[in-house]
Design a protein around this ligand. Sequence first.
Ligand code: ADP
Length: 194
Amino acid sequence: MASATAGEDGQFKLSETSVLKIKKGDITQWFIDGSSDAIVNPANPRMLGGGGADGAIHRAAGPELREACVKVPEVRPGVRCPTGEARITPGFKLPASHVIHTVGPIYDSDKDPKGSLRNAYKNCLSVAKKNNIQYIAFPSISCGVYGYPYEEAATVALPTIKEFADGIKEVHFVLFDGNVYDVWLRKAKELLQV
Ligand code: ADP
């Protein structure tokens, strides 16, 4: 049997124990069980909220999320999460139990946008596993304000997830933008179907 197969409904087998699901939607509303699930926040290094998905996640989680983020130690002034790394907090008022904050590369100024984007996905999965997360939902990290072209981002995101998803039952992409969704689905069929 092929190691990765696609269904018509955006489901792809990543390994014997992991599945990828690609869907359209608002990541702030996503959850599976409210205890071993996490949404990924495409944050900035300060981790105190921002625009796009980050702003929507902070609004939906309530002010306790910002308070939890303030408590994350700075690694240098103004930086709680360097580009490509990940930090975890509770989800507070969100339906998902946890938020994994990561910082994607700014496409036009990062020295190695591909390496940084790969690290962001990889480190989110690593933090998830260390915290017994079974279900994780990603947005298209860096594809908004940070300006990463969708096709190139999908070409990094999907193989990185396949490489590091083992140990997580379900990896979801919850994509707000119809164009991003179309690119992700097409690229997944191209890169994950064997
Ligand atoms: P970045 O700064 O990493 O580019 P953005 O939040 O600006 O982060 O955009 C990342 C992606 O998240 C974009 O493709 C954007 O369409 C998407 N996005 C924005 N709001 C939401 C949401 N509520 N749920 C899921 N994805 C969202």
